[in-house]
Design a binder for this molecule. Structure first.
Ligand code: ADP
Ligand code: MG
Ligand code: MG
Length: 210
């Protein structure tokens, strides 16, 4: 059972709901090692994505992902807008104009998203960024797809790995983004972008039925 454009829209709406629900938590994480706007950035961006889906009807999963990317890039200031925007843009390119996505296509989309974040932000694993959540997510998604799982299970595997990756940012010293200005003082706190990545993947997985 593949993921249609409507399924991708439903996943993005679930993503919007989750970042809205966790807005204050993400603000608090960003307050201690950044500038306290990550929750608002994500809530505003995904609110705009959901609103855009009300007024336009992209016909393929790739077109939905591309529209999401352009909305995020144009509505979210700060580091996370261009980074998530690039992730969704690369995911869109990876799925091309396929009418439905199977587990393998979903895993490839997540991988392309990571590649986009890395191309844009040049962060490596261990730098205490969203890359620390996305990298294990890609690995888990790939493994699930290779064992024949569909979109829901692939996303569920990705989400679980992303939560572990986000949790593992806690002791790290940030080497990219605003948190890196704090040096050693950034240790002892979870990275907000890694947390939002895990939350989004969980929402996508749940929306897909995983
Ligand atoms: P800003 O830091 O501009 O206020 P946000 O608070 O919305 O933007 O996003 C901060 C998050 O962006 C960080 O928690 C981190 O996960 C991510 N981030 C910042 N710089 C990079 C980078 N170079 N590569 C990957 N992710 C990054
Ligand atoms: Mg911030
Ligand atoms: Mg900011």
């Amino acid at each position: 059972m593949g993921c249609t454009a409507q399924d991708v829209i439903a996943a993005l709406r679930a993503g919007a709901a989750t970042v809205t629900e966790h807005r204050d938590e993400l603000i608090e994480l960003d307050r201690v090692i950044g500038d306290a706007d990550h929750g608002e950035n994500m809530a505003r961006g995904f609110r705009a994505v959901a609103a855009k889906m009300d007024t336009s009807a992209p016909e393929t999963p790739g077109a939905v992902l591309k529209l999401c990317a352009t909305v995020l890039i144009s509505t979210v200031g700060g580091a996370s807008g261009p980074l998530y925007g690039t992730a969704f843009l690369r995911a869109a390119a990876a799925v091309s104009d396929a009418p439905e996505l199977d587990g393998t296509a979903v895993a490839k989309a997540v991988q392309a998203g990571l590649e986009g974040v890395v191309a844009r932000g040049r962060a490596e694993v261990g730098d205490k960024t969203m890359v620390d959540a996305l990298t294990p997510a890609v690995e888990a998604a790939k493994n699930a797809a290779e064992s024949g799982e569909g979109p829901a299970k692939v996303l569920a595997a990705a989400a679980e790995a992303a939560h572990q990756g986000a949790q593992a940012t806690e002791p790290l010293v940030a080497r990219k983004g605003r948190a890196s200005y704090l040096g050693e003082r950034s240790a002892g706190h979870i990275d907000p972008g890694a947390r939002s990545t895990a939350l989004l993947l969980s929402a996508f997985a749940e929306a897909a039925g995983g």
